[in-house]
Design a protein around this ligand. Structure first.
Ligand code: NYM
Length: 212
């Protein structure tokens, strides 16, 4: 108490169904912040470049079989292996724009029928995002958008269940943005929420942990 927290970067997460536009919007958001002079990095989960990430990638491409609990824990381990770097970056003033995080972890595994509390447990103690930008799009709309069905999970029935579980996870750090709006309109809303959050973190909002 009484100790003034230092200025830091913001942890900003984009979430949404497959084909909701997260990946393009994360990239645009990160370049916008960079142009504004903020120090920013674009991250994504799964990070397929680590050893754990390679196992995840093989599973997603249907080149390996793992049971639901095992792949769930690998996704979580893939976030844990990045936790300390994430904290170092944030404390050194870098804002991280992250495409998917623990909410994807829980929503996708719970959609398979795993218990939500069981799914949340391994995520406890990871850094809590300062802002979650949820690109809201009806599963039917997402299915129309692209070459759906290439990877595991990209099926309409399954995405409906994922959407249901995302709604359960929504808390006060979430901003729901209508992903069916024109790209520029989505971009504008994401920018506004983000700038507000980045200044809050610059003023010294303390870092917190997920789901403890
Ligand atoms: N996914 C992603 C999970 O099932 N659990 C997780 O923890 C994460 C981060 O992996 N269909 C799923 C969601 C996606 C797939 O993500 C790969 P992307 O954004 O398509 O690379």
């Amino acid at each position: 108490k009484g100790q003034k927290s230092d200025s830091r970067g913001a942890l900003i997460v984009l979430e949404g169904l497959d084909r909701s536009g997260k990946t393009s919007q994360s990239a645009k958001l990160a370049s916008f912040l960079a142009e504004k002079g903020f120090s920013v990095e674009s991250w994504r989960f799964p990070d397929r470049k680590t050893c754990v990430g390679e196992m995840i990638s093989l599973y997603l491409l249907n080149k390996s079989q793992l049971d639901d609990q095992t792949i769930h824990l690998l996704f979580s381990a893939n976030r844990w292996e990045k936790r300390s770097l994430m904290e170092t970056k944030l404390r050194s003033g870098v804002t991280l724009v992250v495409d998917r995080y623990s909410y994807s972890g829980v929503a996708f595994s719970a959609a398979k029928g795993l218990d939500i509390q069981w799914c949340k447990a391994p995520e406890m103690g990871l850094l809590a995002p300062d802002l979650v930008l949820y690109l809201d799009i009806p599963p039917e709309k997402a299915a129309e958008r692209g070459d759906y069905g290439v990877e595991r999970y990209e099926q309409l029935d399954f995405q409906r269940k994922v959407a249901h579980h995302y709604k359960i996870l929504c808390d006060e750090t979430w901003k729901i943005v209508d992903g069916c709006l024109p790209m520029e309109a989505v971009e504008k809303q994401l920018r506004e929420f983000t700038l507000e959050c980045v200044s809050k973190c610059q003023r010294g909002e303390p870092l917190s942990q997920l789901w403890l």
